[in-house]
Each structure stands twice: as C-alpha cells, then as structure tokens.
Design a protein around this ligand. Structure first.
Ligand code: IPO
Ligand code: ZN
Length: 419
C-alpha cells in the first residue's frame, strides 16, 4: 500500500477500519466528477493528482430550520474535479460517515460533460413542464392503498439482500438485475400494457430494470418512479458482502409492491408510468445519469420523478422527510399534500441532503421535476448503510416504515399518472 493511500484511509476510515477500499491500480484511469464542497474537502488533501477544473456556488432551497416547511435560499459549493478513478471508492463508501450532511458525487464521461453539468446546475429546479398537481383521483387511489402489503415488501427486501452483493460491476450485481427483470415480468404477466425491459449501460455489466405502463390517453407524458438496484460496501472486491437492505432494496421493494397492486387491479393510467431500478447509483449516479441524459436528448416529456432511496429505517418520530435542495419545490408541495390527504396520520418534515445524494439529482440536473421523500432526517439516517450490517435486522425485520413510502409512491403515481 502506498503512503498516500494509507493516509487517506487513516483520515477517512475511522468508523470502518475493517472494510478498506481496494488499492489503487497501477494503470490509472482518469475520472471526472462533480462533487459538493463538504465531500471534496475530506478527499482533497489526500487525493494526489486530483485537479479542480471549476467551482460554482449553486443556489438551493433549504428549510428555515430542520423540519419546517418554510424555505429560504442558501448556497452549495460544487466542484468539477478530474482525478484518478481509484479514489472514488473512498467517496462512495466513507464520506457519509464524516460529513454533517450526506451529499454525494456524480461521475461524468468527460471533462467537458462535468463542466457543462456544473454550469447548468440548478439547486432550485424550475422545469419546462408544469403539470397540474390537483388531487382528484381518490376514486382510483383509495381502493388500491389497502392492497399494498408490508409482508411482500419485506420479502422482496430479503430476496435482494440475500444476493452476496449487488455491485454494479460484479456477477452478483448482474444476477440481481436479472432476478428483478424476471420478477417484474411475472408480476405483470398477461397485462399487455405493462412492458418490462433491461437497460444496458456503456462501461459496466449491471443493467437497469424498467417497467413501463403505457398510458391510455396521454401516453407520451411519462411519470417516473425510481430506486437503485446496486449496493456497495467498503471492500470493492466482487465477493464483498453488501446486503443493501435499506440502501436500496427497500426502495426497489416499494416499486415492486406498487407494480404488483397495479397489475392485480388492472390499473391503466392516462399518462404513462415508468418504474426504474437504476444500476450503478453508488458509484456516482451513473445509471440514472445515462438514462436522464437519454430522455433529455429525446425530449421525452417526463412530468415528474419520485426517488425512493432508503425507506425502511425510521430514524426519528417524523415519518416522511422531504429534501428541499436539488428537488422541485412545486412537486415537493404536491408530495406533502398527497401525504396529508391519503396518509393523514403521518408527520412530514423537511431537510437538506447535499449535492447528488441520490438519483433524483440526475433528473434535476437535466431539467426535470424531481422529489425525494426519505426515511429520516439527515441527522438520524441509518448509519449501517454501505456496510455488511445493512440487513433487515437493522430495522427489526419488518417493513412498516417502507410501507408508508410505498403508499405515498402509489398515490403519487396515480394522481400524476391519471391526467
Ligand atoms: C443517503 C441519502 C440521504 C441521506 I441525509 C443519507 C444517505 C443515501 C445516499 N447517500 C446513498 O448512499 N444512496 O445510495
Ligand atoms: Zn447508498
């Protein structure tokens, strides 16, 4: 191990000394990222050869105080950085242990793309499409809500976390994608308006999985519900144990249960609805980056995006937390109204999450309206993620918290999908 890497691990691995990332390869691969200042400052002193290409202070909406719906504007400093790809596992795995806020990074295909994304970045997104957020589909939502079953959500979480890992570049990660593809096909069998596909990606073997429900009136307009399929843990080796039960089997399981109930109910929306389990979120939102980029290029009218990443671990008394930065304020208000109307017993809080904390950021970055309801506040999220301890045991082998997000996701899909 070289001295630089030893120092990096000493600085960053205080909480996970047993799970060190892979050593740098001899032949360096260059990577380009955009990254929030907090994460960058942890890595910068150690990442020999890394170079900041450009920096911007991006305006973001933040709660006046944690929990409150009242917003004010703050700035988040984001950098475009060129560095050796071997430094990225440190960013993926351990930065969240040391940061006050979560945050993340986005990996880009080139320096030009990193710079272009940085300069277009909006933390207070105002999308081209402004759909109506009126709640007027209770007749369709209300009968489906009680069909969502906690036990089925738990069972999907268990199956996904039983894979050794779901790494984006391992055979296990590929097998998990294949399993989900087959499972979604079974759930939607005989429903000709539901189509399941795998989306191949340039650069790694794990495929994203997509189920599209074709709209029967306004089919071009599409509502997207997403979660991420991959998992990660400290040691980047292909055989590492990375159950990712909360992060993010719990989100994929929520999508799966919504799909099951919509199929069993022969539900047909007017708009189209897509459920996407993204590959390669943990290594810089790479799967959702490619998909959102392609949708933007095709000028696909995506009217809204809901991200479910971590739904099973209840961190505090508040049920649903809505992140206000790098998300769409109007759609966030719609999500809060959905909760108030369909899940009136639940409490809602507001917090900030940091740059690129999950796949919604890929959509926000391409000008789409995205929201990210989350299991806890930024102060109380599940600290077992990205370790071999992210199992169902961490949340008491039950999926009652995940069920709330599943209910919210179904209400979101039907209310927005029915227009
Ligand atoms: C995540 C998101 C928000 C907060 I606050 C804490 C943790 C999860 C995200 N960083 C991740 O690892 N997604 O896969
Ligand atoms: Zn994660």
């Amino acid at each position: 191990m070289n001295t630089t890497r030893k120092l990096a691990q000493a600085a960053l691995c205080a909480f996970a000394l047993s799970a060190l990332p892979a050593l740098p390869a001899l032949a360096a691969e260059t990577a380009w990222i955009t990254v929030g200042d907090g994460a960058w400052r942890l890595l910068a002193p150690q990442a020999e050869g890394a170079r900041v290409l450009s920096t911007r202070d991006v305006a973001v909406n933040v709660p006046v105080q944690r929990g409150s719906p009242a917003l004010t504007q703050a700035h988040e400093r984001v950098h475009a950085v060129q560095l050796d790809a071997d430094w990225l596992p440190l960013l993926s795995h351990e930065v969240h242990e040391k940061l006050r806020r979560c945050g993340g990074f986005v990996r880009h295909e080139s320096a030009a793309e990193a710079l272009a994304v940085l300069h277009r970045l909006q933390g207070t997104a105002t999308p081209a499409l402004a759909p109506s957020y009126t709640l007027d589909d209770a007749a369709q939502v209300t009968p489906m809500l009680p069909l969502l079953q906690e036990s089925r959500i738990l069972s999907t979480i268990q199956t996904l976390s039983d894979f050794q890992n779901r790494l984006y570049n391992s055979a296990h990660g590929v097998a998990a994608s294949d399993w989900l593809f087959q499972h979604w096909k079974q759930l939607s069998a005989g429903r000709s308006w539901m189509r399941v596909s795998q989306v191949a990606h340039a650069g790694w073997p794990q495929k994203s999985v997509k189920l599209r429900i074709a709209g029967n009136g306004n089919a071009a307009e599409t509502v997207v519900l997403g979660a991420h399929l991959d998992s990660i843990s400290g040691n980047a080796s292909a055989e590492v144990r990375a159950p990712g039960a909360d992060d993010d089997a719990s989100g994929v399981a929520a999508l799966t249960e919504i799909i099951r109930v919509m199929a069993d109910s022969s539900y047909r929306p007017r708009r189209s609805i897509e459920f996407i389990a993204y590959a390669a979120e943990e290594v810089g939102l790479r799967g959702s980056q490619q998909i959102a980029k392609q949708y933007q290029r095709q000028a696909k009218p995506v009217v809204g995006v809901l991200q479910l990443d971590m739904t099973a671990f209840q961190g505090d008394l508040t049920d649903l937390w809505i992140f206000t930065d790098f998300t769409n304020a109007a759609q966030n208000q719609f999500v809060a109204e959905l909760a108030a109307s369909y899940l009136p017993q639940l409490s809602v809080g507001y917090d900030r999450c940091g740059y690129a904390c999950s796949d919604h950021a890929s959509w926000t970055g391409r000008g789409f309206a995205a929201s990210f309801p989350f299991e806890s506040s930024d102060a109380t999220y599940n600290r077992a993620i990205h370790t071999d301890r992210d199992t169902t045991a961490t949340f008491g082998n039950q999926a009652l918290h995940a069920l709330k997000f599943t209910q919210l996701g179904l209400a979101y899909a039907v209310e927005l999908g029915s227009d």
